[in-house]
Design a binder for this molecule. Structure first.
Ligand code: SF4
Length: 225
């Protein structure tokens, strides 16, 4: 797989899909290729909390700090588009110019999450991709961002290192390839399946217990295998 220098706009993927992809590649494909979506209590809680963050009217300026909410971002080189929950701009001598604002500013993305920090990289990858979009749009470098978790009411500082950036690029390359081929990966049941909002469509338990033919036999004839 080789990455084009730029993706045409019609091929851009949803940036938020990176967290689905990190959770389960099949889940990402079911949502973004097959257009299935299902709410469970985890996704509903996430939407309610995001609706408070995504509010243009509450963008504000406090001295040397400018806070922008629901900032739309994109990257032609990565082929993604989405929105940052919050981007803080801190006044800095070596910052960048902003349209309509005096002085120089350093961007600092902050992503809000319900629950507590995850063991996988899903949230960190999403934050890193947002920062990479901002870097491309504003011609700057962003060393760090933050994840704010509602359950523990704490901000976690995330260094945007090469390892994270390379994973974003690698995952997006694979996502573009799967999307172009309209290919949904096969079921690979993991512990994540118990918290998956698409479990009832995916039916991961079928792969563990019986073949599809046996399942059909069971449904039609009541035969237990
Ligand atoms: S049920 Fe499991 S395998 Fe199926 S999409 Fe969800 S996490 Fe992936």
């Amino acid at each position: 797989m080789t990455r084009p220098a730029e993706y045409p706009e019609e091929d851009w993927l949803a940036l938020s899909g990176l967290q689905h992809f990190a959770f389960c590649k099949r889940q990402w494909a079911l949502i973004h290729i097959e257009q299935l979506w299902s709410e469970n209590y985890l996704t509903t809680a996430g939407h309610l909390e995001h609706s408070r963050v995504h509010d243009y009217e509450s963008s504000e300026s406090r001295g040397d700090l400018l806070i922008m909410r629901d900032l739309r971002v994109f990257s032609r080189s990565l082929g993604i588009t989405g929105a940052c929950d919050v981007v803080e701009f801190h006044r800095a001598a070596n910052g960048i110019k902003l349209h309509g604002r005096d002085g120089l500013w350093d961007p600092y993305p902050v992503e809000y999450k319900h629950g507590k920090p995850k063991t996988n990289d899903a949230d960190r990858l999403q934050l890193c991709a947002e920062a990479m979009c901002l870097e491309e749009m504003l011609a700057c470098t962003i060393q760090e961002g933050a994840l704010f978790y509602q359950r523990i009411k704490r901000r976690e500082r995330i260094p945007l290192n090469d390892e994270l950036r390379n994973t974003v690029k690698k995952d997006l390359l694979q996502m573009h390839d799967l999307f172009t081929r309209a290919h949904t990966p096969q079921v690979r049941p993991t512990k994540a399946c118990s918290a998956c909002s698409l479990r009832n469509w995916c039916l991961p338990e079928l792969t563990k217990t019986r073949s599809a033919q046996k399942y059909i036999d069971l449904q039609i004839n009541g035969m237990n295998s």
